[in-house]
Write a protein that binds this ligand. Structure first.
Ligand SMILES: Nc1nc2c(c(=O)[nH]1)N[C@H]1C(S)=C(S)[C@@H](COP(=O)(O)OP(=O)(O)OC[C@H]3O[C@@H](n4cnc5c(=O)[nH]c(N)nc54)[C@H](O)[C@@H]3O)O[C@H]1N2
Ligand SMILES: Nc1nc2c(c(=O)[nH]1)N[C@H]1C(S)=C(S)[C@@H](COP(=O)(O)OP(=O)(O)OC[C@H]3O[C@@H](n4cnc5c(=O)[nH]c(N)nc54)[C@H](O)[C@@H]3O)O[C@H]1N2
Ligand code: SF4
Ligand SMILES: [Mo]
Length: 901
């Protein structure tokens, strides 16, 4: 086993420290790093499964170019880079620099991001560089800038432990930031109160004292109402407001106009007035309050106003800049924050300087000694893709993001790419929905191979360090960008030899002339983002760099909290309350589209699944795309749980399995964002999402699209397990997950095959006359089963049935772990039941220890367990990362409800 390398988890913005080691057999072992300052020293299940995602299967290992025949062929780096550089140069020469664009990602390292931004804004001379952070954090960025004068998250994780009240707004923290949620859960054990504001009853709500299932999009009413309530009840820090803020009256007037009466607020938000008041009183009573928010707030056509309506309440009460309090925008991606630092958004410059400020442009251009500097904001993500479709942007370089899945109106995004003269994609995976539209594919280094820094939600800069060799011809993203820049004639600005060189330049820029003289007699503005203490790191120091929170002082120490002196980043040092006028989402429901589509994440998958989709451990929790809806709406829509449904909006359609029990309100449906064309026949929910954006931030309204749900008629259902991928495109419906030594398919089709046996043999590739083929057909139920066995080992098996209620299949996975089937396994295969009457464990709840739902429910009943700790003691479930504890709570409640009934 190699010595452990301390690095950082590449998934969520919590930014947990990881110790990674490589075994003799090449297997990667990861563990939480308790010396890292994210404190807990644990990993959630996604982090813990990282070792299962770093293999080279499916990796893009060589540059590729699309040939005349439309297929990709391998090419040399020289040829690929020349093609990119020549394409960009020609289009800039013919159509101007705004005809080219970069579309990048909050999953890039800060060093990658810095050079991408420098290339676009300082050398190509266009601000047409935007990022998937536009889809993620841009409303928070805009809200911070309006309130504080700079994009700053003032607090730190410790505040969540020191708070008396934690309010989670539009955040499924238990699933999306699990390790931080553990810290909140511990604080709750110690007496903190927890309120969750979310239209869905999520896993996060299992632990809450109060859940407000507000109607989607109504947050501004709720927080405007809170502002008025606090003011009326004298819960105002008048001294703070007078000395350190502006515009209270305008904010109060706007709030009072439509949210002055709690009864009215309750009606609009669709919740009990008593609950609204309970929340307001909790807020009023607890000075140490943190409001943590994420996508239920940001991803809205009033996202920026939602953010400011929350911040307003903190400013009114002076609850900011001290332990245990503050508004807390939790970042999604591992380096969402770092991308903002280097100016990766189309309306920013670099180092928190603004494109529209001439003095900032002058500072940055002087520092870069660059030939030009973009002089006006570039196109934000959705508008950028519109410009491609309209032919205004003709070349795009996509780095580390999968927009054909993740943009709203994603089918339009496809067409936009197809309209471009040149689409370049840098990715680690060869086949993605976006790469399918590229002309050039550039292989990037992935986690474990790449080297640099990321910044987490609490402004903490951590190192990602390599512990694996570069595979194939893959290169670091920063190097690829510099290679292209040199070919464009910009060698002087891109003479970097290492990520350290780039990081130091970035740090120097944050400190460069960081005392801009104020205009019109205003005091000087100082940028809070300042890494001057890191601006002269040598290679060894950079390698050994400890996690540190910016601003970083000369002596290298960081800053836990900002605004402790109540001096804000606006030129006059005062924060702004913002007048926010509540408004409903742009597209409301109607007769044709009566339901609201809400989209979001599941616990064990990451975005478009290119990495987590590789892990068997992560496949067991939720293994199929689904549409979760209230039983009444299902009835009205003519669909049944377990059957397939078509979800349709004005923009597109998809097919998914109907589910209940995900806590959605009547009138709403929830669909996870993860599945795409690589994992299912027709499950890209982005195709349905309306492309409306917030007018200030440009962030899309991902949580609110009017849809209808209708039956997706099929004649038979089934599933299959195989040791290799099967051709599935001829089926009306398919979805796959990867298990340990097998791929599992759920399938359905419009026609039942005339001859199941012949069909199954053909599909599973068991043609040879001498194959060991085990099959049975039940004339009563019409269920057909078959298995293909080779040299005593199962190769594949399939089940076809006229109805959707298929027998449990989880036990079949265990057969693929055997080198030879036992007789009882064969009998079980034919009977369709686990051998020897053993109990089927059911879908995985605890992915760390692979404990299934049936096993847990059975133990709850048999041993009268009534706490998650009891379950952990009995079955280990929940004893590692704790991500499943909310679900354990739910299973306990369900078991007790059954007993009571
Ligand atoms: N497992 C997992 N974790 C992840 C990710 C992942 O892909 N998988 N991705 C990471 C990334 S990039 C991000 S941005 C974060 C996102 O983390 P979250 O924001 O926690 O995740 P989401 O599921 O997108 O949405 C949060 C909640 O907003 C609710 N919501 C919808 N509409 C409204 C509304 O109008 N008001 C309110 N108050 N709530 C509403 C939804 O019901 C949902 O439960 O997760 C990060 N962590
Ligand atoms: N409907 C709906 N859509 C959404 C959201 C939602 O809630 N609802 N949420 C939005 C949000 S918050 C986000 S953050 C986005 C995320 O959406 P995306 O960014 O599109 O999703 P990912 O799967 O993370 O895409 C990352 C891509 O980069 C590749 N990759 C991984 N590591 C590297 C690397 O080191 N270098 C390079 N060059 N490539 C790499 C991966 O293989 C993958 O193809 O989705 C947004 N879209
Ligand atoms: S909470 Fe999980 S996904 Fe997020 S950084 Fe920590 S281990 Fe990674
Ligand atoms: Mo995100």
């Amino acid at each position: 086993m190699s010595t452990p390398v301390a690095t950082t988890c590449p998934y969520c913005g919590v930014g947990c420290g990881v110790l990674a080691r490589v075994g003799e057999d090449g297997a990667v072992h990861v563990a939480g790093d308790s010396s890292h300052d994210s404190k807990v020293g644990r990993l959630c299940v996604k982090g813990a499964a990282l070792g299962e995602t770093v293999d080279l299967q499916g990796r893009l290992l060589h540059p590729k170019m699309r040939g005349e025949n439309g297929a990709f062929h391998r090419t040399s780096w020289d040829e690929a880079l020349d093609r990119v550089a020549q394409g960009f140069r020609r289009i800039v020469e013919q159509h101007g620099s705004d005809a080219v664009a970069l579309y990048v990602s909050g999953q890039l390292l800060t060093e990658d991001y810095y050079v991408a931004n420098k290339l676009a804004k300082g050398y190509l001379g266009t601000a047409n560089i935007d990022t998937n952070s536009r889809l993620c954090m841009s409303s928070a960025v805009a809200g911070h800038k309006r309130a504080f004068g700079e994009d700053v998250v003032p607090g730190c994780y410790e505040d969540l432990e020191q708070a008396e009240l934690v309010v989670l707004v539009g955040s499924n923290t238990a699933w999306c930031h699990p390790v931080l949620f553990q810290r909140i859960a511990q604080a709750k054990e110690q007496g903190a109160k927890l309120v969750v504001i979310d239209p869905r009853f999520t896993a996060t709500c299992e632990s809450a004292h109060l859940h407000l299932p507000i109607k989607p999009g109504t947050d501004v009413w709720l927080f405007n109402g809170l502002l008025v309530f606090l003011f009326q009840h004298g819960v105002m820090d008048a001294e703070f407001v007078d000395a350190h803020t502006e515009d209270l009256n305008a904010a109060l007037a706007a709030a009072a106009a439509d949210a002055g009466d709690p009864a009215h607020v309750a009606r609009i938000c669709g919740v009990q007035q008593a609950d609204v008041l309970a929340f307001y009183r909790l807020f009023a009573r607890h000075r140490r309050t943190v409001c943590l928010f994420s996508q239920g707030v940001n991803q809205s056509s009033s996202g920026t106003d939602k953010v400011n309506s929350i911040i307003n309440c903190h400013l009114l009460t002076g609850r900011i800049g001290a332990p245990g309090m503050g508004p807390f925008s939790i970042t999604g991606q591992p380096n969402a924050m770092g991308g903002r630092e280097v100016g990766g958004l189309a309306n920013m410059l670099a180092a928190h300087m603004e494109l529209h400020e001439p003095v900032h442009r002058e500072i940055v251009q002087t520092f870069w000694s660059s030939p030009r500097i973009a002089s006006r904001p570039g196109l934000k993500a959705v508008a950028l893709f519109d410009a491609m479709l309209e032919g205004r942007v003709k070349a795009v370089w996509i780095i580390g993001t999968n927009p054909v899945v993740s943009l709203p109106d994603a089918d339009r995004a496809k067409r936009a790419l197809d309209a471009c003269e040149l689409v370049v994609c840098s990715d680690i995976i060869e086949r993605t929905d976006t790469n399918a539209h590229a002309h050039v594919l550039l292989p990037a280094l992935g986690w474990g191979e790449k080297d640099g820094t990321v910044t987490n939600s609490e402004r903490r800069i951590s190192r990602q360090r390599p512990f694996l060799p570069a595979p194939g011809e893959a290169r670091a993203d920063w190097r690829i960008i510099c290679d292209v820049a040199r070919r464009l004639g910009f060698a002087q600005g891109f003479a970097f030899d290492s990520p350290r060189d780039i990081f130091v330049e970035h740090a120097r820029l944050t400190a460069f002339r960081n005392h801009t003289p104020g205009r019109d007699g205003q005091p000087a503005a100082t940028r809070l983002l300042n890494l001057r203490g890191l601006a002269s790191l040598n290679h060894q120091e950079y390698d050994a760099m400890r996690p540190v929170q910016w601003p970083v002082h000369d002596d290298g120490t960081g800053t836990q909290r900002l605004f402790t002196d109540h001096h804000f980043a606006h030129a006059d040092g005062r924060a702004r309350l913002i007048a926010t006028t509540a408004r409903l989402p742009v597209h409301g429901t109607d007769r044709e589209y009566p339901l609201v589509l809400n989209t979001g994440r599941v616990r064990d998958q990451w975005h478009t699944m290119t990495r987590t989709g590789k892990s068997p451990r992560l496949a067991g929790h939720i293994s199929e795309p689904y549409v979760d809806m209230h039983p009444h709406d299902a009835l009205r829509s003519g669909v049944r749980e377990g059957e397939l449904a078509r979800v349709q909006s004005s923009w597109g359609a998809m097919v998914a399995r109907v589910r209940h029990g995900g806590g959605v309100l009547p009138g709403n449906v929830f669909v996870p964002i993860h599945w795409n064309d690589q994992f299912a026949s027709d499950a890209r929910v982005g195709g349905l999402v309306n492309p409306v954006v917030d007018p200030v931030s440009g962030e899309p309204e991902f949580k609110h699209t009017p849809v209808r749900v209708e039956p997706f008629p099929v004649r038979w259902y089934g599933f299959a397990f195989a040791r290799r991928f099967l051709p599935a495109s001829q089926l009306s419906y398919w979805t796959l997950i990867r298990g340990d030594r097998f791929v599992r398919y759920e399938i359905a089709h419009r026609e039942r095959p005339k001859d199941c046996s012949a069909w199954a043999k053909a599909w599973l590739g068991a043609h040879a006359a001498d194959v060991d083929w085990v099959e049975s057909e039940d004339p009563g139920t019409g269920v057909y089963r078959a298995a293909h066995v080779q040299d005593g080992r199962i190769e594949s098996c399939v089940l076809l049935s006229p109805g959707p209620d298929l027998p449990s299949r989880h036990w079949l996975a265990s057969l693929f772990a055997r080198d030879a089937l036992r007789d009882e396994d064969r009998i079980a295969l034919l009977a369709g039941e686990p051998p020897g009457g053993s109990v089927d464990a059911g879908p995985v709840v605890c992915s760390c220890f692979g404990v299934g739902r049936n096993t847990i429910s059975e133990a709850i009943r048999a041993k009268a367990l009534d706490t998650p700790a009891g379950i952990t003691a009995a079955l280990r479930a929940g004893g590692n990362c704790g991500s499943c504890i909310p679900e354990l709570r739910r299973l306990i409640a369900e078991a007790h409800a059954e007993t009571d009934a």
